[in-house]
Design a binder for this molecule. Structure first.
Ligand code: SF4
Ligand code: SF4
Length: 156
């Protein structure tokens, strides 16, 4: 049995972590490892950076081709795609968010890890909600939390 099947939470060892250089450019990280028939992320990518061996395979992102546009994250029904971009002292994380109320730009929220534990504060930098797509919220967090923060809690 795989680790995530036992715990219900994907672990960092089960994710392909991009290099520091790739993270500085900003790339999509697919935390999708279950073999299910699904591929909207492949079709959404404007630069063909996502591939699959077959419809049941986990997606593979070419981190050198990915531009970090987040179009794949907006259509992923599994809420399993995150765009991470490293800055000098912080990391920008774009994550899918389906709760209400939506946070607002400039708002301070709680940063949560994959298990929903609070790991620090995050500042909302951008909120994008397009018709029929999941909202995408971009937050800035401490740089060392780039590969940990995968959700937020609105504090109002
Ligand atoms: S972030 Fe944009 S360029 Fe990168 S894989 Fe997703 S859709 Fe493609
Ligand atoms: S759209 Fe999301 S759930 Fe479906 S294969 Fe792509 S990453 Fe996985």
């Amino acid at each position: 049995m795989k680790e995530y099947e036992r715990t219900g939470v994907i672990s960092i060892e089960e994710i392909r972590v991009p290099s520091e250089e790739q993270l500085k450019r900003g790339v999509a990280i697919t935390e999708c490892i279950q073999e299910i028939p699904c591929n909207p992320c492949v079709d959404a990518c404007p630069v063909n950076a996502i591939s699959m061996e077959d419809i049941n395979s986990p997606p593979f992102v070419d981190y050198d081709r990915c531009t970090g546009c987040a179009q794949c994250a907006a259509v992923c029904p599994g809420l399993a795609i995150f765009v991470v971009k490293l800055e000098d002292e912080s990391a920008l994380i774009t994550l899918p968010y389906e709760f209400l109320p939506l946070p607002e730009k400039g708002e301070e929220v709680e940063a949560l890890d994959r298990e929903g534990r609070g790991v620090g504060k995050a500042i909302v930098r951008r909120v994008v909600k397009k018709k029929d797509n999941t909202a995408l919220v971009t937050v800035s967090v401490d740089r060392k939390l780039a590969m940990d923060v995968r959700n937020i809690r609105v504090l109002r």
